[in-house]
Design a protein around this ligand. Structure first.
Ligand SMILES: [Fe+2]
Ligand SMILES: [Fe+2]
Length: 194
């Protein structure tokens, strides 16, 4: 695995440079669905990403609604842990399949793709670190529900701050991954990835 240069790390970059998103210019997004190599796998990949975006937005809404007084403590306490658990399980499950199954196949297709997939795998590690920090703050928040007042306010703020940071990282990762994965599928076809 390549070491990822500092400016290209998920927590530092704003976009992928053209030398990493090698095939991005060759396959502009509006042309993806009409391409002959756009099949079930590409469509499914994008569907999973859209689902993660929607679940992430719903998760953010739960703490936002409570912090802005639109829901009470009881509703927040009921909603936040199950929603967080479901989101994190989906996210980690998706990353596991990518790391174990798909990324190695993409690397075998074309040597020039290796650095990009190493970078995406490094993104998963950065996301995982942030996820652990979110889980940690979620545990403290669950304890703070019993204490109330200041402890609860502090618990919610810390949790929301860390969860928001996680969602920002995931959002960037999903967008960048699509710019690498979908053009690679269009270039080489889905059969090569089975
Ligand atoms: Fe990923
Ligand atoms: Fe993904």
């Amino acid at each position: 695995m390549h070491t990822i240069s500092d400016d290209l790390r998920l927590d530092h970059r704003a976009a992928l440079p053209a030398e990493i998103a090698l095939l991005r210019a060759k396959y502009p997004v509006p042309q993806w669905p009409a391409h002959t190599n756009y099949g079930e796998l590409a469509a499914f990949w994008l569907q999973v990403h859209d689902a993660l975006r929607a679940e992430g937005a719903a998760l953010a809404r739960v703490s936002e609604d409570f912090r802005e007084g639109r829901t009470d403590i009881a509703a927040f306490e009921r909603a936040f842990a199950p929603r967080l658990r479901a989101y994190l399980q989906h996210l980690e499950g998706h990353h596991r399949i990518e790391d174990a199954h798909y990324f190695p196949r993409f690397r075998n297709l074309d040597k020039r793709l290796i650095y990009g997939f190493d970078l995406l795998e490094n993104d998963h590690e950065i996301i995982h670190e942030q996820l652990l920090s979110v889980v940690d703050s979620a545990r403290s928040l669950l304890q703070a529900f019993a204490v109330g007042d200041d402890a609860l306010r502090y618990g919610v703020d810390t949790y929301a701050e860390r969860a928001d940071r996680l969602l920002v990282l995931v959002k960037q990762h999903l967008a960048d991954e699509e710019e690498i994965v979908i053009p690679s599928i269009l270039e080489y076809g889905e059969l090569a990835l089975r």
